[in-house]
Design a protein around this ligand. Structure first.
Ligand code: MG
Length: 389
């Protein structure tokens, strides 16, 4: 048995030549800290990539890495780890990652800290514990979760970050020639309207590609139903996040009204949040985000989804590649996972931050067969990290 000897936190900031989701639209302005709000979904973004990383070292010297969101107020998350969590992790056996997660969750549970930054901190710690535990066992994370059910994971190209519809169509066509036949558009920057975008893509890409639309929580239930039905005429794969995140009834109404499968889940942290929606028949596809859930809750969400006949297509957001690697490892090992998001504007741009081991080519992801999550930060990434504690 090994013991956790050290838990360290880092913030990694990486410049971008173009904001996430593409150029700023009219009325979108970057403030002095680099934040700006997308008009399409009222959500704050940063004009750089930024992420929170956690390194766990055991008493035998083994090292594991974890990662969570760091876009907004990253010191909120690192402070939770360095001020509070660390003393409840040091000395524990990392092979008990799930139990450690539950103990940490219990610390603040009845005070209502059951999501947000607190759970982001738990997610980063959890991934690092699973990673180091698998490495000490000489296994990949997928093996630790029961073994690979599949060699590769189909991926869809997410977001078409170009300024005009014509350029977005050309961008998608370019990916099609590289063997990618599944796409998702981002409603927050679909300037010509979701229906027009899907229609133009369908005309250019042909009848066989799958096209999904992320509605970015922007609609009322009735509005979402009308929008989805209008897109269905052009062939719609799935409709993501149609209504506000809290509106479970509204999500269920949409999911039960349209022919198109409805997806949701990128903003949830725990299986408790998932169950409320699963039990309400509020979606057909769940999109867990490893950067928010960590491995323990990701596995729980996927198992609950599979047991209730809900398909799983994990979400992939802004990060250095650590939580992406964990998501892919878990995705290869868990039943019901039918695909995974691929954001070229994040993964390809940041691929120099992690060692070789993840590849997205010909429409599928491949990930190295361990040890642990299969990759780690490169010396280049290490040199750019700001150590917080
Ligand atoms: Mg989304």
């Amino acid at each position: 048995m090994s013991r956790v000897a050290k838990v360290e936190s880092f913030i990694l900031t990486v410049a971008r030549d173009e904001p996430y989701l593409g150029a700023l639209r009219s009325g979108e302005e970057v403030n002095e800290k680099g934040y700006f709000v997308r008009k399409g979904n009222k959500t704050v973004y940063l004009n750089r990539d930024r992420t929170v990383l956690v390194r766990v070292v055991t008493d035998s010297g083994a090292v594991g890495w974890g990662e969570t969101y760091g876009l907004a107020a990253p010191r909120a998350t690192t402070e939770i780890i360095t001020d509070l969590l660390i003393d409840f992790i040091v000395g524990r056996d990392p092979a008990e990652a799930a139990g450690i997660h539950d103990d940490l969750y219990d610390l603040m549970r009845v005070r209502g800290y059951t999501g947000g930054f607190y759970l982001d901190a738990l997610a980063a710690v959890d991934i690092a514990l699973w990673d180091v535990s698998a490495r000490e066992a000489g296994k990949s994370l997928a093996e630790q979760l029961g073994g690979r059910l599949r060699k590769t994971l189909p991926c869809y190209v997410s977001g078409l970050p170009k300024p005009t519809l014509g350029e977005r169509v050309e961008y998608a066509k370019d990916w099609q020639t590289k063997g990618f036949n599944t796409f998702k558009i981002a409603g927050a920057v679909a300037d010509d309207g979701n229906v027009e975008e899907v229609s133009a893509l369908r005309a250019a890409l042909g009848p066989d590609v799958l096209i999904a639309c992320d509605l970015h929580w922007a609609f009322t239930p009735e509005g979402a139903i009308a929008e989805i039905e209008a897109m269905e005429e052009h062939g719609l794969w799935f409709a993501e996040a149609p209504v506000q995140p809290e509106d479970i009834k509204g999500l269920a109404k949409v999911a039960q009204s349209v022919r198109t499968p409805v997806g949701a889940g990128e903003e949830w942290r725990t299986v408790h949040e998932a169950r409320l929606r699963f039990d309400a028949d509020a979606l057909q596809i769940v999109q867990p985000e490893m950067g928010h859930t960590g491995i323990t809750e990701f596995v729980r969400i996927c198992k609950a989804a599979h047991a209730q006949g809900i398909a799983i297509i994990p979400h992939a957001t802004i990060g250095a590649g650590i939580f992406l690697a964990a998501s892919l490892q878990a995705g290869l090992a868990l039943e019901g996972v039918i695909g995974h998001e691929y954001q070229p504007s994040i993964f390809d741009r940041n691929s120099g931050l992690i060692t070789r081991g993840i590849e997205c080519r010909d429409g599928v992801y491949r990930v190295a067969d361990g040890p642990g999550i299969g990759i780690e930060p490169t010396p280049n990434a290490l040199s750019q990290m700001e150590k917080i504690g």
